[in-house]
Design a protein around this ligand. Structure first.
Ligand SMILES: [Cu+2]
Length: 394
């Protein structure tokens, strides 16, 4: 019996030592509360936030810091609570972590005011996840306690090992903000899950965000790309409204995964609905030059009515790689064309469409077909390196 207890003690010491030794990433996160309004909204007004920062002295932004990990990393995430008196947690939404480290207060632990506690977990399958505080979560999430968690495979620029290659990536976390909920008397109180419960007024957001920005502030989110570039867009909705995305058809938007789970069938679509708490990865493979907007509508889940729409510019111009010479030249059919023009022998050549006056309209990627249904009726030219073909749009 005594031998058994000694053995158990020795084993637990070895075990705790080996767990300690296995940590690949130690990361500090601070939870804070603004002492005065300082987050600037698109109309110039300012609001107070409660949120997370990476550095103790840093200003709170929404979303909070993006947590970036490599698949398989063992992580210690240290939360230091410096906010206004309420307890906080980090709930790792969508990650399969054990209950103790899940950040759901009554199942795991809370981090009290001026305390520091650690979450231990392993970075799961590559994908886009999110985290948020789970104490009085309706209020604390609205207050700004959320951020993205991104897991990448060991090889860069792949969605996952053996997955899609991409040249650039963007991450958009959407949310809304009701300024009433951000008033001193509501968020700047020591509320928790049991005592000091706050009675929240009806939620009537006035601001609709992509990465904490809206309207004219969204120029910072503009996507610029080349025709032959793959763009990965990571989406996560931490608001209380649904999001409806409309992607320009030229992007060939493909919904490839949710969390770390690749979809068995990758649907090409120009619309996507992302409900509160959902995460998606979308791959764009533009085929022609164009400039347009990706729009996001925010709809009330009870009435299903759109309350707001935000637009982000996307500008696809030119090619990443220089076109190679094609000696034989290409053929185009049918001619005249109504909807889709097919090109033969364009594998190594980039062909552009010119109007009758020789003005450049767009490039055609080397896939060999292009939707010309939106061109006005008339005469056009297809111009390659060695050959120009006239075609008629009817
Ligand atoms: Cu909290």
């Amino acid at each position: 019996m005594r031998n058994n207890s000694i053995l158990t003690l020795v084993l637990s010491i070895i075990l705790s030592f080996s767990i300690e030794a296995q940590i690949d990433v130690v990361q500090n996160i601070f939870s804070k509360m603004d002492i005065a309004p300082q987050h600037t909204l698109w109309d110039g007004s300012q609001t107070m936030l409660m949120g997370y920062t990476k550095l103790m002295g840093a200003a709170i932004d929404i979303p909070g810091p993006t947590l970036n990990y490599i698949e398989g990393d063992s992580i210690e995430l240290k939360l230091r609570n410096m906010s206004q008196g309420a307890s906080h947690t980090i709930h790792l939404h969508g990650l399969d972590v054990d209950q103790q480290n899940d950040g759901v207060p009554h199942l795991s632990f809370e981090v009290g005011h001026n305390e520091t506690k650690s979450y231990f977990f392993k970075a799961p399958h590559p994908g886009t996840y999110l985290y948020h505080c789970h104490v009085t979560s309706t209020l604390h999430v609205q207050a700004g306690m959320y951020g993205l968690l991104i897991v990448r495979p060991s090889s860069s620029n792949l969605t996952w090992n053996g997955g899609h290659h991409f040249h650039q990536e963007k991450a958009w976390m959407t949310s809304e903000l009701d300024t009433i909920w951000h008033s001193d008397s509501i968020i700047n109180q020591p509320h928790d899950t049991t005592t000091n419960q706050v009675l929240l007024p009806d939620y009537n957001p006035q601001y609709f965000f992509i990465n904490g920005r809206s309207e004219n502030q969204l120029s910072s989110q503009t996507i610029s790309a080349s025709v032959d570039e793959n763009i990965l867009l990571r989406l996560a909705n931490i608001g209380f409204y649904g999001n409806k995305y409309v992607f320009p058809y030229q992007l060939g938007a493909k919904v490839i995964s949710s969390d770390g789970r690749p979809f068995p069938i990758e649907e090409i679509t120009d619309t996507l609905v992302v409900l509160p708490g959902e995460r998606y990865q979308v791959l764009f493979e533009p085929e022609i030059e164009f400039s347009d907007y990706i729009s996001v509508s925010y709809f009330d889940l009870n009435t299903m009515q759109d309350l707001n729409t935000q637009n982000v510019s996307i500008d696809v111009q030119g090619f990443l790689s220089l076109p190679e010479l094609n000696i034989s030249g290409f053929e185009a059919y049918p001619n005249p064309v109504t909807n889709v023009l097919h090109l033969k022998n364009v594998q190594k050549e980039h062909v552009q469409i010119l109007d009758a006056s020789g003005k450049h309209i767009c490039f055609i990627k080397n896939t060999g077909s292009v939707d010309v249904s939106r061109l006005q009726k008339g005469v056009y030219f297809l111009k390659g390196k060695k050959k120009t073909v006239k075609f008629i749009k009817q």
